[in-house]
Write a protein that binds this ligand. Structure first.
Ligand code: DAH
Length: 394
C-alpha cells in the first residue's frame, strides 16, 4: 500500500512523532527501490512536486491546519526533520543512480573496446609477412664460476656423494660454536665475519651473521641424517674483505663430508687425489701439508702441481716466472682433515659417537679454482657482469 499523508487531528507530541516516523519510513522504503534515472524522477516528483508533492501535502494537512499553539512546534518539525531529510535522501539517491549509470556505460564500452582491439588485430595479421625471419634473442651461457661449481659437484656425485645446502644467514652456533671455535677463541678472528646488526640482546650462540664458510652445513646435515653420510655442500659465503684481484666480500665454497665407521686419513687422501685428477687432469700430483682448523684434527692444506707451468715454476720459451704458483710449482687448492671428535660431540645423539664413527671433511674456494682453471688474473671480472668478459666462456 502506497503511503498517503494523513490528516492530523491530534497535535500532541506523541501523535506528531508517530506521524513523522511513518512518513520517514515510507521515504526510506520507496527510495531504496529506485535504481534508474527515470525511477528517481518519479520519486522526486512524488515527494517534492510543488503541486501535491508529499512535502506540500504535509504543509497543507499538518502545518496550515494546526491550532495556533501547535504551529511553532509543527513548523519546526516539518522544516528540520521532514524537509531536510527528504532532500538529503533524494540527493543521495540521485548520486547513486548516476554512478550506476556510469558503471553500466563503462562495462558496455569495455566490451566494445575489446571487440574493437580484436578486430584491429585480425586486420593487422593480414598485413604482416609471416615468412620474414623473427627477432633473435642472444642465448646466455653459464657463468664460469657456476661451470666450475657444477663440475666439482659432479666429480663427487660420481663417487656417490649427495648434495646438501644450508642458510647463508647463519647463527653463531652453527658457524662457530658447534665447529669447535669456542667463544672468544682467536681462530674466529681469521674469518673476518660480517655480523647482522642488533643481535646483542640474544645469547651469543643465537646471534645471526653471514656464514663465513659452508662448514656449518656439516652440523646441520649431521643433525638431520644419521651416519653413514657422504655429502658435498656448495654455497655462497661472505667475509669482510675489500674487493681486490683475489678477494671478494661474497664468494663460493664447496664443502665435503664423509662419516662412517673406520674412515681414515688414507680415505681422505685417496678421495681428494682422485677428485683433483678428475678436475685438473690425470697428470696432476697432490701434496698434503699440515695445517690447523678447529673442526678437523689432524688438518691439512692440499696442494696440486701447478697446471699452468706443470710444476716447474717457469713459463713460456723465455722461462718467465709462473705467477699462479709463485714459482713454487704447487698451488694450494683446499683445506681438509679428519673430523674433530669435539665436533661429533655436538651431534652425538644422532648416531655420531666419536668412539664409533670417524670422518673426513674438506672445503674449497670455487672462485679461486675458476680463476686458476681459466687463467683469469683478476677475481673482480667474475662479479662485474661485463658481457665482453663473460662471452669468452660461452
Ligand atoms: N671452512 C674452511 C674455511 O673456509 C675450509 C675448510 C677447511 C673446510 C678444512 C673443511 C675442512 O671442511 O676440513 O677456511
Amino acid at each position: 500500500m502506497a503511503y498517503t499523508v494523513p490528516k492530523l487531528t491530534d497535535y500532541s507530541a506523541a501523535a506528531l512523532d508517530t506521524a513523522t516516523r511513518d512518513l520517514l519510513a515510507a521515504l526510506d522504503h520507496e527510495s531504496a527501490a529506485v535504481k534508474t534515472e527515470s525511477e528517481y524522477e518519479t520519486l522526486r516528483i512524488r515527494w517534492r512536486a510543488r503541486k501535491d508533492g508529499i512535502v506540500t501535502q504535509v504543509n497543507e494537512l499538518w502545518l496550515k491546519s494546526a491550532p495556533r499553539e501547535a504551529k511553532r512546534d509543527v513548523g519546526q518539525r516539518v522544516n528540520e526533520t521532514i524537509i531536510s531529510r527528504v532532500d538529503t535522501v533524494l540527493r543521495e539517491r540521485h548520486d547513486y543512480v548516476k554512478s550506476l549509470a556510469i558503471l553500466k556505460k563503462a562495462r558496455a564500452e569495455g566490451l566494445d573496446a575489446g571487440i574493437d582491439a580484436a578486430r584491429r588485430a585480425a586486420e593487422l595479421s593480414e598485413s604482416v609477412d609471416i615468412s620474414l625471419p623473427g627477432v633473435r634473442r642472444p642465448i646466455g651461457a653459464e657463468h664460469p664460476v657456476m661451470q666450475t661449481w657444477r663440475e666439482i659437484v659432479s666429480v663427487f656425485q660420481k663417487l656417490g656423494y649427495s648434495v646438501a645446502e644450508g642458510p647463508v644467514v647463519e647463527t653463531d652456533y652453527y658457524n662457530f660454536e658447534a665447529l669447535n671455535f669456542p667463544p672468544n677463541h682467536p681462530a674466529r678472528d681469521t674469518q673476518d665475519t660480517l655480523f647482522i646488526a642488533g643481535q646483542q640482546a640474544k645469547p651469543q650462540r643465537e646471534r645471526l651473521l653471514l656464514r663465513t664458510h659452508t662448514s656449518p652445513v656439516q652440523i646441520r646435515t649431521m643433525e638431520r641424517m644419521r651416519p653413514p653420510i657422504r655429502i658435498v655442500i656448495p654455497g655462497t659465503v661472505h667475509r669482510n674483505d675489500p674487493p681486490d684481484a683475489s678477494h671478494s666480500p661474497m664468494f663460493h665454497q664447496i664443502e665435503g663430508l664423509a662419516v662412517d665407521i673406520n674412515i681414515t686419513f688414507g680415505d681422505l687422501k685417496g678421495t681428494l687425489d682422485h677428485a683433483m685428477k678428475a678436475l685438473f687432469g690425470s697428470s696432476v700430483k697432490t701434496h698434503f701439508r699440515p695445517s690447523f682448523f678447529p673442526f678437523t684434527e689432524p688438518s691439512a692444506e692440499l696442494y696440486v702441481t701447478c697446471f699452468i707451468c706443470g710444476g716447474g715454476g717457469k713459463r713460456g720459451p723465455d722461462d718467465a716466472p709462473c705467477r699462479p704458483c709463485k714459482q713454487t710449482g704447487w698451488i694450494e687448492v683446499l683445506g681438509c682433515g679428519m673430523v674433530d671428535p669435539n665436533v661429533f660431540e655436538f651431534v652425538k645423539d644422532n648416531g655420531y659417537d666419536p668412539k664409533k664413527v670417524s670422518g673426513f671433511a674438506f672445503g674449497m674456494g670455487v672462485d679461486r679454482l675458476a680463476l686458476l682453471k681459466y687463467g683469469v688474473d683478476d677475481l673482480q671480472y667474475f662479479f662485474q657482469g661485463d658481457v665482453r668478459f663473460l662471452q669468452q666462456f660461452a
